[in-house]
Design a protein around this ligand. Structure first.
Ligand SMILES: [Zn+2]
Length: 325
């Protein structure tokens, strides 16, 4: 009885996962001559449902969600696949096990990337995909090395529940600098080409994974200010990328976000309350942060603290420098 019940739960769970994963992806099988039998079609659909969402998540940017599968015998010996389009050879696919189709479909999808690799070190994993055939191998290696150097420290320091399985995608179609969503960080190929030494983008972006605040946890300036404060404090080579916190001036506000907010945070840690940023980060993640949090931790509102900062903004700053290590 217990065994039966367990099997039922397992089936129910895998069905939910299956249904959720496929919510956004559709396949249409175009087989006008009806050369594929029902079992083959069902295996192809199952393989698509398993592999394509993983591909689309990794592919990153504007990947097509509707896919047409065509039987194209003269064009392919086996299976060919790209975003929105799969082609199979009917002789090859006939009687093929789902396992084999899965494997070959994944291999065909991964061919769309210039490089695809996975690295593991001390319980942390990084999958690295480049869609840029001209990505400098040194930049690629530096991004990977920086992940393994910095991410475990951030996880240990701020949020031990963070994922240990991260995906980096360098995309030519993405035009901003970089962004994090879920466990994936998207890097602009153009930006990395123009700024090959700016490897602490990894520190800022992986901090967003560690933050994992979800929606409406707090203001954006606070999230970004924390990420840049963390880049300042834990970054591996801010000197090498000529990255620094801009000096205070009267036109600034703590809501300016990024480096202006980060310098304010460095000042707060030095002059008001060491450990304040980690406490705010914890509250944001627990969705307990309010404007009152500043008063609870420091006895003053954030506006009062900013006024104090404006009166005496000097702070001793120390930047990481790879060359001096
Ligand atoms: Zn950011």
């Amino acid at each position: 009885m217990i065994k039966k019940f367990l099997v039922f739960i397992l089936l129910a769970c895998s069905f939910t996962a299956f249904a959720q994963r496929n919510r956004d992806f559709q396949i249409a099988i175009n087989d006008p001559a009806n050369v594929l039998d029902a079992e083959t079609k069902s295996n192809l659909t199952a393989a698509f449902n398993l592999q394509y969402p993983i591909f689309a998540n990794a592919d990153g940017y504007r990947t097509k969600r509707s896919v047409v599968l065509e039987v194209a015998n003269p064009e392919t010996e086996t299976i060919k696949a790209k975003a929105g389009e799969i082609k199979v050879n009917s002789d090859w696919v006939k009687g093929k096990s789902l396992k084999k189709i899965n494997k070959e479909l994944w291999a065909a999808l991964a061919k769309n990337w210039s490089s695809y690799s996975t690295n593991q070190h001390k319980g942390y994993k990084l999958t690295f995909i480049s869609k840029d055939p001209n990505l400098d191998p040194t930049v690629r290696q530096n991004l990977i090395d920086t992940y393994f150097e910095i991410y475990p420290t951030l996880v240990k320091t701020f949020n031990e529940k963070s994922t240990h399985d991260v995906l980096f995608v360098v995309d030519t179609a993405y035009k901003a600098v970089a962004e994090a969503s879920g466990n994936r960080i998207l890097f602009s190929a153009g930006y990395m080409k123009a700024h090959p030494t700016d490897i602490d983008v990894v520190t800022h972006e992986t901090m967003h994974i560690v933050q994992g605040y979800g929606y409406s946890a707090g203001p954006v300036w606070l999230t970004e200010g924390i990420a840049d404060y963390v880049r300042y404090k834990y970054g591996v080579d801010n000197v090498g990328s000529k990255w620094s916190l801009p000096a205070y001036n009267e036109k600034q506000s703590y809501k300016n976000s990024y480096r202006i907010t980060a310098r304010f945070f460095a000042w707060l840690e030095q002059n008001v309350k060491p450990g304040l940023i980690a406490k705010l980060d914890e509250q944001l993640r627990a969705h307990q942060y309010t404007e009152q949090s500043w008063v609870t931790f420091t006895g003053k509102t954030v506006d009062q603290l900013w006024d104090d900062y404006g009166k005496n903004p000097s702070v001793e700053l120390k930047y990481s420098d790879k060359k001096s290590k």
